[in-house]
Write a protein that binds this ligand. Structure first.
Ligand SMILES: NC(=O)c1ccc[n+]([C@@H]2O[C@H](COP(=O)([O-])OP(=O)(O)OC[C@H]3O[C@@H](n4cnc5c(N)ncnc54)[C@H](O)[C@@H]3O)[C@@H](O)[C@H]2O)c1
Ligand SMILES: [Zn+2]
Length: 369
């Protein structure tokens, strides 16, 4: 095996619930060894969808069977619309039917939808069985597979039902990106840019230099990016697992981003695209409040645009936008808590009331043509 194929391990330091994120090419094939090292036995359930199953289902289940486990494929429909209690229930039914036990394991094979739903099902069955994340999108590898936020949507709101439940291991196989549609890849790049803005100006500058390589999926750059993002996320989660403070910085771009997703009924933008627009507008808002310079906005906007991501908000009346902002979980008694950049590499959480946001919104397109 050549040097650059050696997997890289990052530990999420959560005491007794600590776990490793293993990043490398071909890591999925090693799943049998990981299952054995986790002291599991008996049944393994792969939760996935048809799209991902078609590419990776056979090889992952073969590796599991070869390691001596009984493998069951549990397929749910593709897409955000399947991230519901109904499909959690479907997964639980399969576990009951196949008599899964405490040592049995679930494997989440797919993007963030599969990871969030599988983790939630694992947290509930027998009051918790172990699960392994095998994230196959860039969003899932740099974000959703690490940190233990699991859950599903309610008709009235995204991610309203869930639990903090950490995986036993994360196997991030960068080879999975080769089948990922370009639009999904770029959506993940938005979350990557987010890490630069919230925590690492050098990484942001590196992205400015290497973006073309990243967009071309050059293996070395891809691995570096997944590693750096997971390091930042692991550090934040280890210090604030339940979002009492620091973890909120990960929501940069997401206050406006979530509002846009909901205004577009989750059909207009992919999550990462909405976050891209959210970052641009939250940076403009920070600049309006004199928290950062225009340069901080311009550098982000330029990088996001170069990544082929949207930077402009569809036109919405202020009252609609405010209403959508207020549905977010980050709202306390009419005050929106928004993560705003003070420089590239540092952010702060600011309480914002309606008047402040309205004054900025009325002028933002004039100030930023
Ligand atoms: N738990 C968290 O901390 C957290 C963080 C960020 C996002 N999320 C959640 O993650 C979800 C978004 O995740 P996502 O962007 O991965 O979307 P997704 O899971 O819907 O996957 C995107 C699409 O790519 C397909 N796909 C996945 N891997 C593929 C591959 N290797 N090759 C080809 N196609 C592939 C999927 O079938 C799907 O159609 C949202 O529900 C969001 O709320 C959770
Ligand atoms: Zn996100």
């Amino acid at each position: 095996m050549s040097q650059r194929h050696t997997p890289h391990t990052i530990t999420v330091g959560l005491g007794r619930r600590r776990y490793d994120v293993v990043i490398g090419r071909g890591g999925m094939q090693q799943i049998g060894r990981h299952l054995q090292s986790l002291d599991c036995s008996g049944h393994v359930g792969i939760v996935t969808n048809r799209t991902v199953q078609r590419f990776y289902g056979a090889s992952v289940s073969k590796a599991i069977v070869q390691a001596g486990f009984t493998c069951h494929m549990i397929c749910i429909p593709d897409g955000e619309s399947a991230k519901t209690l109904r499909w959690v229930s479907y997964v639980l039914d399969a576990l009951v039917k196949h008599r899964f036990e405490r040592q049995s394991v679930l494997v989440a094979l797919g993007g963030g939808v599969i990871g969030d739903l599988t983790g939630f099902a694992a947290s509930m069955y027998l009051r918790g069985i172990p699960f392994i994340q095998v994230p196959t999108t860039l969003v899932a590898q740099v974000d959703s597979s690490v940190g233990g936020k699991t859950g599903v949507n309610h008709p009235r709101g995204k991610n309203l039902i869930g639990a903090y439940y950490q995986p036993a291991r994360v196997l991030s196989d960068t080879r999975a990106f080769h089948t990922l549609p370009g639009r999904e890849w770029r959506a993940g790049v938005a979350e990557v840019i987010k890490y630069g803005v919230i925590a690492d100006s050098r990484f942001f500058a590196w992205l400015e230099k290497r973006l073309d390589h990243l967009l071309a999926m050059r293996e070395e750059d891809v691995q570096k990016v997944v590693k750096r993002c997971c390091e930042i996320k692991a550090r934040v989660v280890a210090r604030d697992e339940r979002e009492a403070g620091l973890r909120r910085i990960l929501n940069y771009g997401h206050t406006i981003g979530h509002a846009l997703e909901s205004l577009g009924r989750y059909r207009t933008h992919l999550h990462g695209e909405a976050v891209a627009i959210g970052m641009v507008y939250e940076a403009m808002l920070a600049c309006h409040l004199a928290l950062c310079s225009r340069g901080v906005v311009n550098r982000q906007r330029a990088l996001i645009e170069r990544a082929g991501l949207p930077v402009r908000m569809p036109s919405h009346s202020f009252s609609k936008l405010w209403e959508a902002l207020c549905h977010d979980k980050k709202v306390v008694r009419g005050t929106v808590y928004c993560v705003l950049p003070t420089a590239i590499g540092s952010v702060k959480v600011m309480p914002l009331n309606r008047q402040v946001v309205q004054r900025w919104y009325a002028r933002c397109h004039e100030a930023w043509p």
